[in-house]
Design a binder for this molecule. Structure first.
Ligand code: ADP
Ligand code: GLC
Length: 478
């Protein structure tokens, strides 16, 4: 078994703000069958400590970025966890990244530098009975791990992989924090961790990791362009020979319309009817002739939901309906609440895992109009539940949905959804009109739903790709 330490700031089912948690939570199980033993290093937030129920102390650190810390080992929900119990960094209320003012915790650079530092210590032999061959860090929160490893005793012995889930978050800190982050001024150069006069934890990972991955092949290409690289396209271009895209999967046991305990289960699209009636009742929506569209999303600029507000009349004029579940930007939340004055629009502001299942089961179509989307998971749930995805042609959305075109609808139709480009309100409006036209052709619509439900969205293929990536690293036994 190849020993891999996954370093992540969130992990389902313990702590989640977005898709990273799902991926970090699913990877260990998916990789177990591919000859990989993955342990997961996670910060000891209150929710994680509560889930541990004790845990075994396997290391103590006297000074871990301003206080004492312990590494605890425990198995929770089938995950082999190593938890960094550092109360001065993680034992606080509000969010895992944001304080209750809605702003980043001021010491976020130190909080996640500590996580990365401890990953490097574990790579260097901190734990008495286990040492990884590979450290696989996720996003900027794990970004400093490859740098600390390259500068520490495990250099050249332990290999490193960094996965970019979202390049919009780069882990910036002022240069004055260099020594607080245990970085040397020798690394504060454009070839190192310096980024326009600041320290960038993500850039550190991109520079020092042996391999860089992101969560879809299309996003891997997009990242090399100024439009999507968000200032790091040059750094990535310099490392393009070690950059690849591996598509996310979803947990097809949790997201299974045949066996989902949160819905009226169904194996064929026809079985969605009971769920649709229940969903309409739950959201207070009337009967209608057009498609019942759903959105389940963080409300941020990335997700393009402002475009949906602009394009909404096209859907409503054709008898369509919209049910939204999401939270985030207060301005967007308020705009959706205003839109919900229309009888065919309903909105729930908040985060509700169970409701997201009921929506997936009851909706006809799921809308994902993202400006950029490294992979996206909700369109994958949509495929699985026969909830036809209407998506922007970008990133993982481009890689997972087969668009309804003349060619893919002709002969033996293979289309699974609808794509639009460019990502503008007008193009989205046109796509919504197209969605309504397809929905009005029940045979074709059923066919698309069946195609969607048959499309493979599990982890098998991608787990094999990660395993192959690990085993292709120098010095890793196959
Ligand atoms: P991102 O990570 O950019 O937010 P993804 O599509 O990869 O986007 O993952 C989002 C995850 O969070 C999905 O599992 C989705 O169902 C879930 N999610 C987002 N918003 C909500 C919400 N308001 N309630 C329940 N689940 C949500
Ligand atoms: C990020 C991306 C999303 C991706 C998720 C998991 O949050 O925004 O597209 O699916 O990470 O990789």
């Amino acid at each position: 078994m190849t020993r891999v330490l996954s370093v992540t700031s969130e992990c389902a089912p313990l702590v989640k703000t977005g898709g990273l948690a799902d991926v970090a939570g699913a990877l260990p199980g998916a990789l177990a069958g591919a000859g990989v033993q993955m342990r997961t290093l996670l910060p000891g937030y209150p929710a994680v400590m509560a889930a541990l129920d004790g845990g075994e102390v396997c290391a103590r650190l006297g000074d871990c970025f301003g206080g004492a810390a312990r590494v605890l080992a425990a198995t929770v929900a089938g995950l082999d966890l190593l938890v960094l119990d550092a109360p001065h960094l993680y034992d606080r209320g509000a969010g895992i990244y944001l304080s209750d003012t809605g702003r980043d915790w001021p010491d976020n650079p130190e909080r996640f530098a500590a996580l990365s530092w401890v990953a490097a210590e574990i790579a260097g032999g901190l734990l008495p009975d286990w040492r990884p061959e590979i450290v696989h860090a996720h996003d900027w929160q794990g970004g400093l791990a490859p740098c600390y490893i390259a500068r520490g005793p495990a250099a050249g012995q332990v290999r490193t992989v960094l996965t970019i889930h979202n390049i919009a978050f780069q882990g910036l800190a002022p240069a004055s924090r260099l020594s607080a982050l245990r970085l040397s001024s020798a690394d504060f150069t454009p070839e190192g961790v310096e980024y326009w006069g600041q320290i960038s934890a993500l850039k550190a990972g991109l520079v020092f990791a042996d391999r860089i991955t992101t969560v879809s092949p299309t996003y891997a290409e997009e990242l090399l362009t100024p439009e999507f690289g968000m200032g790091l396209e040059g750094v990535l271009a310099a490392r393009r020979n070690v950059l690849s895209g591996i598509l996310n999967g979803i947990d097809t046991c949790i997201w299974s319309p045949e066996a989902d305990p949160l819905i009226t289960p169904y194996a064929r699209p026809e079985g969605k009817a009971a769920n649709k009636s229940a969903l309409r009742a739950e959201f207070g929506l009337p009967e209608a002739d057009g498609p019942l569209c759903i959105v389940i999303s963080r409300m941020t600029e990335q997700k393009g939901l402002d475009l949906l507000l602009d394009a909404l009349p096209t859907l409503l004029d054709r008898g369509g309906q919209l049910a939204v579940l999401g939270s985030g930007d207060p301005v967007l939340q308020a705009a959706f609440e205003r839109a919900a004055r229309h009888p065919n629009v309903a909105v729930r502001i908040g985060y509700d895992e169970a409701l997201s299942h009921r929506m997936m089961a009851g909706g006809d179509a799921i809308l994902v109009p993202s400006r950029f989307e490294p992979c996206g998971l909700t369109q994958l749930y949509g495929l699985r539940y026969g909830t036809v995805p209407l998506v922007a042609l970008t990133g993982g959305l481009a890689d997972t949905v087969i668009p309804a075109t003349h060619a893919t609808l002709a002969g033996k139709p293979v289309a699974t959804g609808i794509q639009f480009h460019p990502v503008t309100a007008q193009a989205l409006g046109n796509a919504l009109a197209r969605l309504c036209a397809l929905y009005a052709q029940p045979k074709l619509w059923r066919r698309m739903q069946r195609n969607a439900m048959a499309h493979p969205v599990g982890w098998d293929h991608s787990a094999a790709a990660y395993a192959a990536l690990y085993k292709g690293l120098p010095g890793i036994a196959t």
